[in-house]
Design a protein around this ligand. Sequence first.
Ligand code: ZN
Length: 197
Amino acid sequence: MRLKIVQVGEPVLRQTARPLALDEIGSAETQHLIEWMRDTMRDAPGVGLAAPQVGLPIRLAVIEDRAEYFKGASPEQLAEREREPVPFQVLINPHIVERSDEQVEFFEGCLSVAGSSALVKRSRSITVQCRDERGAERRIEAKGWYARILQHEIDHLDGQLYIDRMESRSLTNLENFNRYWKERRIEEVRQALGIHG
Ligand code: ZN
């Protein structure tokens, strides 16, 4: 089943989502929701989807990054972004327990801010503690694009969107992103847009 992805302006995207109790994780309702969120994310397609994006203020997100999603990118771009496939996984009640001081900046988008992209700085690596779809505790050490996806999805559970963190002068629609910015190095982008510091 495909769920409706809500768009920016919908109040649920600005709420702090509530944690799931252990017995809720195993319920048929939650298990179906996970399946539907997986199908909805793949259909979009996207690399992550948080429950508030389908209208539910609960601390649950799914992520997956497939090689086919970045087949258009050059090896240099992939290396710079440290982007590698991430298998499908479910994050329940996740929190970031450690993050690197080092930050990296790239264009980012969101299925709930459809049609736009902007530069966002994120920690290069993070450690996340969460539960999986069976309720088991998990500790995830992630870096590069994987760490970026996790930070983006966990933000959703706190009512935060990438537009709250973006370099506002870099905001672009996707047509212009593909036309002007996609192939350029971030340093060049910053210079061309008059972003300093
Ligand atoms: Zn998003």
